[in-house]
Design a protein around this ligand. Structure first.
Ligand SMILES: [Zn+2]
Length: 246
């Protein structure tokens, strides 16, 4: 059992307010809260960025990366960006170290349905907002290195630059995820339209975000290294986007 109160306590200790957006049933007389955090830009018309972790409960490095992002000083980034952040979309899975929800549902295959509590909570939080970038943090139990998936409506991909920067944290995974995800560059695969919109990232690409990234770290790495990889991908992407804006 993993201690979810440690996650909520770290969120409550932030200098910014956290918002309860829903809760999921855990057991009799106990539910687990899902929180969102908004970091508002100092700019007049900022670019909106969505950061999510913990869709798969047995992939804690994504939650850790989100918490570390929230705990550091992001003043420079807030000159260009506003953030909507959901640290842990699947708290039941996080506690019980399962990929799926309490009901055995893979949230990342359920965004075309409306009867999964976690999915409904995320959809409500998204509202009508359109994002410049959405990044979702994952782990791979079989991988030995990192890789990422990228989807971009204008097909001007930045994955090559992301992978080059992330190599400072660890190696690229040598395995190819297969035909479903066409290669964009070494360690970078396309969020393909053939995936439909059941997954969070393809759902966001279709309805909410012109650019999506799924960052995948190998579980064999230490937690700190996995979290560092996610943040390296995120920071590199934000750096590239803010430069292109100017
Ligand atoms: Zn995952």
């Amino acid at each position: 059992m993993r201690d979810y109160t440690k996650v909520t306590e770290r969120l409550k200790n932030l200098e910014v307010p956290i918002e309860l957006i829903g809760s999921v049933y855990a057991k009799e007389n106990m539910s687990l809260p899902i929180h969102q955090i908004r970091l508002d830009s100092s700019a007049h018309e900022p670019q909106q960025v969505l950061i999510t972790g913990g869709v798969h409960g047995d992939e804690p490095a994504g939650v850790e990366a989100v918490l570390q992002f929230l705990e550091r000083d992001n003043t420079a980034l807030l000159k260009n960006f506003s953030f909507l952040i959901i640290a842990c979309i699947n708290p039941y899975g996080y506690v019980h170290n399962t990929r799926e929800t309490r009901g055995g549902i893979d949230i990342n295959r359920s965004f075309e349905t409306d009867d999964v509590a976690e999915v409904a909570i995320v959809k409500k939080a998204l509202g009508q907002t359109q994002y410049s970038l959405a990044i979702d943090f994952h782990e791979d139990y079989d991988a030995t290195g990192f890789y990422l998936y990228e989807g971009k409506r204008d097909e001007k991909y930045i994955g090559t630059e992301l992978a080059a920067a992330a190599k400072a944290v660890g190696p690229i995974d040598p395995e190819d995820p297969g035909e479903d995800a066409p290669d964009l560059a070494e360690g970078v695969y396309k969020v393909a339209t053939s995936w439909g919109t059941q997954g969070l990232a393809p759902y966001l690409l279709h309805f909410h975000s012109e650019h999506v990234i799924i960052s995948e770290t190998p579980t064999v790495w230490k937690l700190e290294q996995r979290a560092a990889l996610h943040l390296e991908i995120l920071d590199t992407a934000l750096n590239i986007i803010s430069k292109k804006e100017k």
